[in-house]
Design a protein around this ligand. Structure first.
Ligand code: MCN
Ligand code: MO
Length: 743
């Protein structure tokens, strides 16, 4: 059997030998696109002069909003599967700015030519006459409402909802102590290795789009709605994708402009974002929680109240709507806090629109609640984990309905915490750090616990085909793009069919091959996608049993299948997997394939992570060691799961210590990778990752819970706590830079 083993990734050969194909590698005769972008955070466009640009050799067309926007029946709004558009005030985004620009970098014109260098030259020759308007580039100013990002909305507030649970008034009345808190997550740049890219071909009324995306089917439907072209005439193909981290789950206007141009010209048009364009295509996080916590002197946390401000940037992106909606109900985390009042407000500013990034809303919720728990521990002079344990939901309360109605499906947080303390050597590491500090080193140990919501439904598609030689094709509606989930799915299917894994090929990412699909995000793939494939495999096996029964002149009930052999129990006759597969295609049977659309609901993994940090004389903090202990349900492939913990924790190091997408007073992104430090192997801590031997399974057939985001969800809180331990100072925002440490 394969499940539970560290099988090597099936498709790594092409990646390590440089033979993978990203959008930009696709050889196809096409035109190149480039974008002229706003240099103002807020301005009126008086006129755009494209005549000089058109004179550049090789330029085929220059389009502005006036040319392309009317082609769109609709624009990009929120992701209606997860965000209720009715709860939002927003302006659907069309292809290019028209009338006004609302952030620095907003696309104003698309230049199209036969070679990319000509396009680059011509971009400089497009002259835009702007009339500068007052801009709001931070949430505080935006809330005053003197300057509106979208006049037609009448306010800068896109979303405003109260999340109330229990009786917060009485909780605060019965408190021994009320502790104020302010906790913030900075603006980040997801930074996948491969930037965004798209190729759009329009011929005979049909569109073929090669697209670096996590959500080909959603993208197809969005393009269909926007352009009024039936989905059946749009094919979205996802080639190899060089990472996404949640940032390729939102279509952007540049992409609409490329598609619109290809339709208008009847030609193939391509665009690959430059690295600088990638920096402004996806910004993420940035939110602030300000509130207070009611506690008893014995450490019981009674209630939390406050306001969560979530920055939107200039437009509501496809995915950002999730965050103000999911952060509040996840704030109680694994703790039995029942009385909460959280006002969640999302604010427009004249800045780069915000989208999701690995964990999207759970990192924020976890940072908030874990900073709260650590702050309470400090105030009450209690041990971090003792305080947490005191407040944790007990095993006998599972499944536990949290005060906002989320049902934590399975787990035993308290026993797990005890195991984790042993496994991560919590107490001895704390003592070691204390000894080292006495010798003058500034080392510290920090832990944080997380409970996350993963494996988002509402469904996923799986199809299994067995060919006439008994080889197996698995089609998944999920869209792995670095996680290796295709290997995990192959393991699940190989076990279900009891065949060699080398017989299995897993494919995905083409809307004309997978009948349906949602994609890969929200750490859902192995749980819901794997279970859908497993169920399709078991259906195919049932069909094979029928064929075998006929071959052996038996009733289906008399057939027993095991390891590639179908046996007639009574007569001790058998036929092999290959024989049955071959027979199924000899004309009598319709063939061997089955598809399943599996419905499923979220599941809640959890874990404790520990960081060891050392701060040097210049105030630079380094994460020396990072230890993780997780309950992710059934572990399908420990190596893959561990890889996810390492990668996520590495991004956690970046978020905790280095990364902040600063904007200047004009709303211009003030960083490049010279100042925005994505950690490299040099900054990498030593990692140790364990999964509990007594996992609590999910309700999915695979028994798994998600792990793809876990370490970035909890890592920053653990690392920040370690810096506090090392320096004796308090930090409630990331990144904790040397300036912060010396402040
Ligand atoms: N796995 C396992 N056992 C489990 C859970 C998972 O063996 N109980 C394995 C799976 O087989 C898969 C991996 O761990 O190989 C992650 O599975 P899962 O938790 O189902 O998450 P997804 O596959 O749905 O991945 C999505 C997740 C998200 S939401 C972001 S953001 C993120 C992440 O994955 N983006 C990534 N990890 C990334 N890794 C890479 N290389 N690139 C990205 O863009
Ligand atoms: Mo994600």
């Amino acid at each position: 059997s394969y499940v539970g083993k560290s099988i090597k990734r099936l498709n790594d050969n092409k990646f390590v030998s440089g033979k993978s194909t990203y959008v930009d590698d696709i050889q196809i005769s096409s035109l190149y696109a480039g974008f002229v972008r706003s240099t103002y955070a807020h301005a009126k466009i008086n006129s755009i002069n494209v005549s000089d640009a058109l004179k550049v050799n090789g330029i085929v067309a220059v389009f502005t909003g006036k040319d392309l926007n009317p082609m769109l029946k609709d624009g990009i709004g929120p992701w209606a599967t997860y965000v209720n558009p009715k709860e939002w005030k927003y302006v659907p985004r069309k292809a290019l700015a028209e009338g006004e620009v609302k952030y620095v970098g907003e696309p104003v014109a698309i230049v199209i030519g036969t070679d990319k260098y000509a396009v680059r030259d011509a971009m400089d020759k497009v002259s835009v006459d702007y009339e500068k308007l007052p801009a709001v580039i931070n949430m505080e100013d935006a809330l005053k409402g003197d300057v509106l990002v979208h006049k037609e909305l009448g306010s800068n507030i896109g979303y405003n909802k109260d999340f109330n649970a229990g009786n917060v008034e009485s909780a605060f009345k019965s408190a021994d102590k009320v502790i104020p808190v302010e906790i913030s997550n900075s603006r980040l740049i997801p930074s996948p290795m491969e930037p965004r890219g798209i190729i759009s071909r329009y011929e005979g009324g049909t569109l073929t789009i090669w697209y670096s995306t996590q959500i080909p089917h959603f993208a197809r439907d969005e393009f269909s709605k926007d352009f009024g072209i039936p989905s059946s005439k749009i094919r979205v193909i996802m080639p190899d994708v060089g990472g996404a981290f949640g940032s390729k789950a939102h279509p952007i206007p540049e992409e609409l402009a490329v598609i619109a141009s290809s339709i208008k010209l009847g030609r193939t048009v391509r665009w690959t974002a430059t690295r600088s364009e990638e920096l402004i295509s996806s910004n993420a996080r940035h939110n602030v929680f300000k509130g207070e916590v009611a506690v008893k002197n014995d450490g019981t946390v009674l209630g939390i109240r406050g306001q969560l401000l979530v920055e939107l940037g200039a437009y509501l992106t496809y995915t950002e709507g999730i965050q103000p909606e999911i952060i509040p109900p996840m704030i109680p985390g694994p703790y039995r806090i029942r009385d909460l009042a959280i006002n969640s407000v999302a604010v427009y500013t004249n800045t780069i629109p915000i989208t999701m990034y690995r964990g999207a809303s759970r990192p924020e919720a976890t940072f908030i609640i874990e900073r709260i728990m650590s702050t309470v521990a400090d105030e009450l002079h209690m041990d971090d984990l003792e305080l947490r344990e005191k407040n944790m939901v007990r095993a006998d309360e599972m499944p536990y309905k949290n005060p906002f109605g989320l049902t934590y499906d399975s787990g035993d947080y308290i026993s797990f915490l005890k195991e984790a303390k042993q496994k991560l050597k919590y107490e001895e590491t704390l003592r070691w750090a204390e000894e080292e500090r006495k010798k003058g080193r500034r080392v510290g140990v920090g832990t944080a616990f997380y409970l996350e919501i993963s494996a988002f439904g509402p469904w996923e598609y799986g199809e299994v085909r067995v060919d006439d030689r008994g080889n197996v094709t698995v089609i998944t509606g999920a869209t792995p793009h670095g996680q290796g989930a295709e290997t995990g799915i192959a393991q699940v299917v190989a076990d279900e069919l009891q065949i060699d894994i080398d017989r299995i090929n897993v494919i995905w990412g083409d809307t004309q091959i997978a009948a349906a699909g949602l994609g890969t995000y929200g750490s859902r793939t192995i749980s819901i996608g794997g279970s859908a494939a497993k169920s399709a495999a078991s259906q195919v096996l049932e069909k094979m049993k029928k064929v075998a029964a006929r071959m052996l002149k038996a009733d289906v009930e008399e057939i027993e299948y095991s390891k590639g052999e179908f046996r007639h129990k009574k007569e001790n006759k058998k036929v092999t997997w290959e024989e049955v597969a071959n027979e199924a295609y000899n004309g009598k049977d319709p063939g061997l394939y089955s598809s399943v659309t599996l419905e499923g609901d979220v599941t809640f993994p959890y874990g404790l992570h520990l960081a060891i940090v050392e701060v040097d004389d210049t105030g630079i903090a380094r994460v020396k060691e990072y230890r993780a202990y997780d309950d992710i349900g059934k572990v399908i492939n420990p190596a893959l799961a561990e890889g996810q913990i390492h990668g996520g924790a590495m991004q956690g190091v970046g978020q905790a210590l280095y990364e902040e997408a600063k904007l200047d007073e004009n709303g211009q992104l003030a960083v490049s990778y010279a100042e925005y430090f994505v950690p490299t192997i040099v900054e990498s801590p030593v990692y140790t990752s364990y999964f509990t031997e007594k996992p609590h399974l999910s309700n999915y057939a695979t028994g798994s819970k998600g792990v793809g985001e876990a370490a970035l969800i909890v890592g920053p809180a653990a690392i920040v706590r370690a810096i506090e331990n090392a320096t004796g100072k308090k930090f409630n925002k990331t990144p904790v830079t040397p300036e912060e440490i010396y402040r």
